[in-house]
Design a protein around this ligand. Structure first.
Ligand code: ADP
Length: 598
């Protein structure tokens, strides 16, 4: 329950809604409770009338009927106002919780996303927040007023004849006990089900995202089978859950009905004894009827509360994950200046320094060992080595996506662990192997880093990226919508859009992570033209598989098993007999082989 209270505390802004809802609940209950008294008054009048007391006749009965109508109308009015407040409040709560959750995800370290599947994260977000808000809404829309009604019924029936109240009171703890016992077991099953659903959703998301791979490997049947198995398992679990729930429900209702049997017996016998008037009897029977609803709804409130508790635990589990305080700046506060801070280092002076850097991913062994490297402003430096050697990891450290285990990375003399992440990232442009475009127009994609860029600026960037021509070839030009991840563009076109995006960002440091590796020679050439333009005057760090693309760099660094193997100019390394020379031999060898085959 503590975690639900924490949710309420976290959404304190909604307090006036809670207050409004409680006021409506009190008024709803009060008007609901008036009706039995009006009926009692009318009944007593009728009985007296039939008994010969004609002092109060039909006119009085009409007044009772009018009062009844008024009470019902007000009851409807208050309960609907309360319902409205509850709906708005719960959607506000849902919005607040979702926004905070999303903000949290945005600032969580990358390592969190290394561990979890996207679909799983989304599925969990939806479920936890839905269950929390559903409980709060349910509680405010119905249970609050039912609770007040119950207490009033207890008091009134206690005033009439105390054993009635005692019997009613007994029902609650027994009912609560039976329900919470059921609920604890229910939760375990629910947890199993949620796990299956989260895993299935995670996989679902991956499969749909990579539908072409699935199709080309002919794995539709297997993927469907896996999905079906996980989901069908939830049917089995639900059946078990439901059997148990309904078995307990039979016990609960049997108990409830036995108590009510005694209650009604008491009411009738005491009326026959003359202790209660006919009106009292009618009143009490109605009150008992009013008490049944809260008692039976107790079970679903307990159930909903248990889910909300589980949901809020999951919620806080994510919300409490540590984040770098600097990361929070990326979603809060003012956006810093659009243009990156001027770099102080002059061309030819040291701009980036890896200082004895050692790094390993969370819970894993080191993948970079004692990296020492100094990169000058304006330098073009390529990173070469077997895959898994640590090239991408090194770039991730430079971007401040992970912190080194030991040693430091400095940019323009500033240790990036102490620096402003927004500033740092504004100084780095990236072109990834996979163009990673968003759905939306081409113009929106190019201006992703600078949403306020003018059409002219966007076009200039595209021209430099060698992309303007093909973009203008589309019917809608720059306003052409590209599908999710840019499905309608070819690999080379997408990559040229992403080069334009980097050109428009205009950052002084550039990382090209295998930017042309996925392309054929012709597309590569088209992209390379754009890349050359992009690299012009920028400090460029280039990861490349194809050595032909890096022959013009100033220096090459070779990495082997997370260690720097060699550093030198292409000419030096070509004859040093190291990895570069080896790869050079392999790649030109394969060309020679191909020629021979022809
Ligand atoms: P390269 O870019 O040279 O191919 P990487 O930097 O991608 O090499 O990988 C270096 C090592 O780190 C590899 O052993 C790889 O398995 C590991 N690695 C890369 N990314 C992650 C990650 N997100 N979580 C855990 N290990 C990783």
């Amino acid at each position: 329950m503590k975690s639900v209270l924490r949710i309420l505390q976290a959404t304190r802004e909604l307090n006036r809604y809670y207050l409004g809802i409680i006021v409506c609940a009190v008024l709803t209950s009060a008007t609901a409770l008036l009706s039995p008294f009006i009926i009692k008054g009318a009944t007593d009048t009728v009985v007296a009338y039939l008994g010969g007391d004609q002092s109060r006749g039909v006119d009085v009965i009409i007044w009772f009927a009018v009062a009844y109508l008024a009470a019902q109308l007000f009851n409807t009015l208050f309960s609907n106002i309360g319902g409205y407040l509850g709906d708005v409040m719960s959607q506000k709560m849902r919005t607040m919780l979702s926004v905070r959750y999303f903000e949290k995800l945005l600032v969580l370290p990358l390592s969190y996303f290394d561990e979890e599947l996207t679909g799983t994260i989304i599925s969990r977000l939806n479920r936890t927040i839905m269950e929390i808000t559903r409980f709060i809404q349910m509680f405010s829309n119905t249970f609050a007023s039912l609770l007040i009604t119950t207490v009033s019924v207890l008091v009134i029936s206690g005033i009439y004849y105390w054993p009635l109240a005692v019997l009613l009171i007994i029902i609650f703890p027994v009912y609560f006990w039976l329900t919470s016992r059921t609920s604890v077991k229910w939760q375990v099953w629910e947890g199993e089900k949620n796990k299956d659903i989260d895993v299935a959703s995670g996989r679902f998301n991956e499969v749909i995202g990579q539908i072409r791979v699935v199709k080309s490997f002919g794995q539709e049947r297997r993927e469907l089978g896996l999905f079906r198995k996980l989901f069908f398992r939830t049917v089995g679990t639900t059946a078990q859950q439901s059997r148990y729930w309904h078995k307990m429900d039979i016990y609960r209702l049997a108990f409830l009905n036995i108590v009510f049997f005694i209650l009604y017996l008491i009411i009738f016998v005491r009326t026959m004894n003359g202790d209660f008037s006919i009106g009292d009897m009618v009143l009490l029977i109605q009150l008992m009827g009013m008490a049944v609803q809260p008692i039976t709804s107790l079970s679903w409130v307990v159930d909903a509360s248990q889910r909300a508790i589980a949901g809020s635990k999951d919620y806080f589990e994510v919300m409490e994950r540590p984040v770098d305080a600097r990361a929070l700046e990326l979603t809060r506060g003012e956006e810093s200046a659009q243009k990156p801070r001027e770099i102080r280092a002059e061309v030819g002076e040291e701009l980036i320094r890896f200082n004895n850097v050692t790094f390993g991913y969370e819970g894993e062994d080191d993948v970079l060992h004692g990296i020492d490297l100094s990169i000058k402003r304006g330098e073009k430096i390529a990173f070469v080595g077997e895959s898994g050697g640590g090239k991408s990891t090194l770039m991730a450290l430079l971007e401040g996506l992970y912190d080194p285990r030991s040693g430091s990375v400095t940019v323009d003399g500033m240790d990036i662990v102490d620096g402003d992440l927004e500033q740092l990232r504004s100084q780095i442009g990236m072109v990834f192997q996979d163009a990673s475009l968003f759905s939306g127009t081409i113009a929106e994609n190019i201006s992703y880093a600078r949403p306020n860029a003018s059409e002219k600026e966007i076009r200039e960037a595209a021209i430099k990226a060698n992309a303007d021509k093909f973009i203008r070839g589309f019917k809608d030009g720059y306003q052409s919508i590209i599908g999710e991840r840019g499905l309608k563009l070819s690999g080379g076109q997408k990559q040229r859009v992403s080069v334009a995006r980097a050109i428009l960002k205009d950052a002084p440091i550039l990382i090209l992570d295998e930017a042309t590796s996925a392309l054929d020679t012709k597309a590569e050439r088209a992209v390379q033209k754009g890349l050359d333009e992009l690299m012009e005057g920028r400090t460029s760090l280039i990861i490349a598989h194809r050595l032909s693309t890096i022959s013009a760099v100033d220096r090459i660094v070779t990495l082997r098993d997370g260690r720097i193997d060699e550093v030198g100019t292409p000419a030096e390394l070509a004859v040093s007999g190291g990895i570069y020379a080896e790869l050079l031999g392999l790649q030109s060898g394969s060309k020679a082989d191909k020629k021979r085959l022809k």
